[in-house]
Design a protein around this ligand. Structure first.
Ligand SMILES: Nc1ncnc2c1ncn2[C@@H]1O[C@H](COP(=O)(O)OP(=O)(O)OP(=O)(O)O)[C@@H](O)[C@H]1O
Ligand SMILES: [Mg+2]
Length: 371
């Protein structure tokens, strides 16, 4: 039995020897910090073996081991050390292989997490990479959609703004050259020039609004507004147009909680919906604006009697410059109204949708309620 004091000395010298080896190993690891994990693992394995051997050598100098015992212990430690080194090398190679798989997956066109089981840290990295890749792909898609709509808009501007301008120019020239001289035609030309200018002004205004929406430059000054007020205003604003077309218009507020909106911008979005509804409803038809609270959201629904939108057009009606076939007539809309409505509603963290229902279609705006 070894005396307690001797045991303390053994611990002290063995720890001292191990510390010296550890210091050298740490220095080496610092120098190798940029190298492969496999190399660093070999250093760790070698340091463990060397620390054990140096401890044994130190205590054999203290005469606590005879030559025979020392040879036996050294042989055991050396063979165990060699096995440990081999395991380190294997582990290092597995790590290197897993890392290579991950690198190859990243280099591929579309990142897919490697099918093989990865060590926990690399698996986490792989999950994060997948999420980052998905975000990147979504951003890329958005960017492309935006680019496409920008191109469409440019094409639209060159066509739809130039055509009425050409008409205006022709009329102005005819008046200037006195090609038209009879009072009735001159009067008619003046009237048409005014109407066309008003329409162009509206289009330019819509274009400006749309470009602000696309640039994310829409500054909303939100305040609490009652749902009932919003609906009443939309009805009042469209009454004249409805009367002129012989369409009945009615507001119906089932529950009038307040919402936080920019009344001007939101009113504009609603107006676009209501004007469309009236424009597409035959005379003697009815348009209804319903305000209600359902599933914790405020909803404003515009129901008309347009006869339904073709199923294929439904997902496209909110696209910039989209116009249904019937609307592609000179003097028709510019196809900006719904794109603007959607932009404004989404800027309010709301959603807008359309479905065919009954004798027409229903456009529905949903907004989160104020708390
Ligand atoms: N209430 C509706 N009923 C039937 N079709 C509709 C209705 N609202 C919109 N649409 C269809 O969706 C298209 C796009 O509507 P949007 O309001 O964006 O453009 P627009 O009315 O043609 O022009 P703008 O509003 O710029 O004057 C319309 O041309 C029409 O075909
Ligand atoms: Mg419209």
């Amino acid at each position: 039995m070894i005396p307690f004091e001797d045991l303390l000395w053994v611990v002290f010298y063995a720890a001292l020897a191990a510390l010296v080896v550890a210091a050298v190993a740490l220095g080496l690891l610092y120098g190798l910090r940029g190298r492969s994990v496999a190399t660093q693992l070999i250093v760790v394995g070698a340091a463990t073996v060397l620390a054990t051997i140096s401890g044994i050598l130190v205590i054999s100098f203290m005469m606590l081991l005879n030559d025979h015992d020392r040879a036996v212990v050294l042989a055991v430690v050396t063979s165990a050390g060699l096995v440990a080194m081999a395991v380190s090398v294997l582990l290092g190679r597995r790590l290197v292989a897993a890392n290579r798989m991950l690198v190859e997956a990243v280099r591929a066109d579309r990142f897919r997490p490697p099918a093989a089981r990865l060590p926990a840290e690399l698996a986490e990295l792989s999950r994060e990479l997948e999420a980052a890749y998905d975000r990147l792909a979504a951003a890329h898609e958005r960017e492309q959609a935006l680019e496409a709509s920008r191109r469409e808009l440019v094409a639209w501007v060159s066509h739809d703004l130039r055509t009425p301008l050409a008409g205006l120019r022709a009329m102005a020239e005819a008046l200037e050259d006195e090609v038209v001289a009879d009072e009735g035609t001159v009067h008619r030309y003046h009237g048409r020039i005014r109407v066309e200018v008003e329409r162009l002004t509206e289009m330019v205004d819509d274009l400006f609004e749309l470009s602000r929406i696309h640039a994310g430059a829409l500054r909303l000054s939100r305040r609490r507004v009652g749902l009932a007020d919003l609906v009443a205003e939309a009805v009042a604003g469209a009454e004249a147009l409805a009367r002129a077309k012989g369409v009945r218009i009615r507001g119906d507020v089932r529950e009038g909680l307040p919402v936080r909106v920019d009344a001007g911008e939101f009113g504009r979005a609603l107006r676009n919906l209501v004007v469309n509804a009236i424009r597409h409803t035959p005379s003697d038809g009815a348009v209804e604006i319903i305000g209600e609270v359902r599933d914790g959201e405020a909803r404003v629904t515009v129901v008309d009697a347009c006869g339904g939108i073709p199923e294929a057009d439904l997902p496209r009606v909110f696209d910039v410059a989209f116009r249904g076939e019937a609307a592609r007539t000179p003097g028709g809309g510019a196809g900006l109204g719904l794109a603007i409505a959607r932009g404004i509603v989404e800027a309010h963290a709301g959603r807008i949708g359309v479905a065919n229902a009954g004798p027409g279609c229903r456009f529905e705006v949903r907004l989160p309620l104020t708390v």
